[in-house]
Ligand binder design. Structure first.
Ligand SMILES: Cc1ncc(COP(=O)(O)O)c(C=O)c1O
Length: 398
């Protein structure tokens, strides 16, 4: 097989190109002509199949080493399709720090459809095993959580799941197949918000599913075609194009993340840094064993007397926004923004404090990002006139 970068660029030719165009064209036709009433056609109706979408579906299946890929109108539509393959009464274990929108879908939609769920900290393998019931069908989790970047071993979860003959389903949005291939580690299905790193330019909303087997693929295809939440050809093209530069973008994002962490570690305003690449933690050990890189998202806790709102409002280059994974750096305050829907007590219990800042690191020059953070720290210090002075040895790095 060719290398990962070669596969990123070329995907899998589906031989539909009559012109010699080096890229898969955007096919906007909603329907396709039959040669005769009994003619055997490859395409008939674009909800059921579209060449531009299929190129992307094959591309992601190739990169994740899966049997089949499916493209949806959003990450949430992809996640909905995955849960929709189960029946009323089925039980599913879910990670306790999954994306809030996924939690809302489960709690306010699928629970009403009589799927049963148990929420577990998936880092605790014993707790996961104890939560398995006779009607359990799957374990669903994110190997790197948001915004605290906790790490769960896909290998360990998949091992337990196999013993109990249940499915392992992984939301691989944060790592992408460039940094982790969950199917190779034993998982059965992977979902993506392709809105993030795969698209990579904050200009498209999209979701992807990859199944390890054709049999699982048939179940997902039934939902995709029956419910119809498909990705448009234009959006499929944007994700296809974004994915071609995935590895070079992520290389720069990770290199920049390391430089920002070096800077943040030296700042007295910063109490704790969360990043899977920070040594000496269990999270780091698992990440080192199962990831090919630590990713481009980090979060950090400001000291109690540093005004987090002022700090974020003062950023000039780094944009204040809730998404992540794009070429531009984005910052946010999870307590007030991405995780504001959670009740305050739950936010605090989960470690999402009003002092926690999340950074999605872009591909700008690291020196400019550092200068932006520095001017913002200095502004807050000047306006508060009382920057805390902790020796670095007193600071806790997670
Ligand atoms: C980890 C994760 N999964 C799924 C989603 C949902 O994807 P979308 O916003 O594309 O519907 C998000 C969105 O932020 C996410 O961060």
């Amino acid at each position: 097989m060719t290398g990962f970068n070669t596969r990123l660029i070329h995907g899998k030719n589906i031989n539909d190109n009559q012109t010699g165009a080096v890229n898969m064209p955007i096919y906007n036709s909603s329907t396709y002509q039959y040669p005769t009433i009994d003619g055997n056609v490859r395409w008939d109706y674009a909800r059921s199949g579209n060449p531009t979408r299929e190129f992307l579906e094959k591309q992601i299946a190739l990169l994740e080493n899966g049997a089949q890929g499916f493209a949806f109108a959003s990450g949430m539509a992809a996640i909905h399709a995955v849960f929709a393959i189960f029946k009323p009464g089925d039980h599913i274990i879910i990670g306790d720090q999954i994306y809030g929108g996924t939690y809302r879908l489960i709690e306010q939609y699928f629970a009403v459809q009589r799927l049963q769920f148990t929420t577990v900290d998936t880092r605790d393998i014993t707790a996961v095993e104890h939560a398995i019931t006779p009607v359990n069908k799957a374990i669903y989790f994110e190997p790197v959580t948001n915004p605290l970047l906790h790490v769960t071993s896909v290998k360990q979860i998949a091992q337990i799941a196999k013993q109990h003959q249940i499915l392992t389903i992984v939301d691989n949005t944060f790592l992408t197949p460039y940094l982790q291939r969950p199917l190779d580690l034993g998982a059965d299905m992977v979902v993506h918000s392709a809105t993030k790193y795969l698209g990579g330019h904050s200009d498209v909303i999209a979701g992807l599913v990859v199944t390890k087997t054709k049999a699982l693929g048939q179940r997902v295809y039934f939902i995709q075609n029956a419910l119809g939440g498909v990705l448009s050809p234009e959006s499929a093209n944007l994700v296809r194009r974004g994915m071609q530069t995935l590895s070079i973008r992520m290389d720069r994002q990770q290199a920049n993340a390391v430089k920002l962490i070096d800077f943040l570690t030296k700042r007295t305003e910063v109490a704790v840094i969360h990043y899977p690449g920070v040594h000496g933690t269990t999270d780091n050990q698992i990440a080192a064993a199962e990831f090919d890189g630590f990713g481009g998202v980090l979060s950090f806790e400001l000291q109690k007397n540093v005004d987090a709102t002022k700090f974020l409002n003062q950023l000039r280059l780094i944009k204040l926004a809730v998404s992540l994974g794009a070429v531009e750096s984005l910052a946010e305050l999870p307590f007030e923004m991405s995780h504001a829907e959670l009740p305050v007590a739950k936010r605090i219990q989960a470690g999402i404090t009003p002092q926690l800042v999340r950074l999605s690191v872009g591909i700008e020059d690291a020196a400019d990002l550092i200068a932006d953070l520095a001017q913002s720290f200095d502004f807050v210090a000047a306006s508060q006139n009382s920057t805390p002075r902790l020796r670095s040895s007193e600071r806790q790095i997670i």
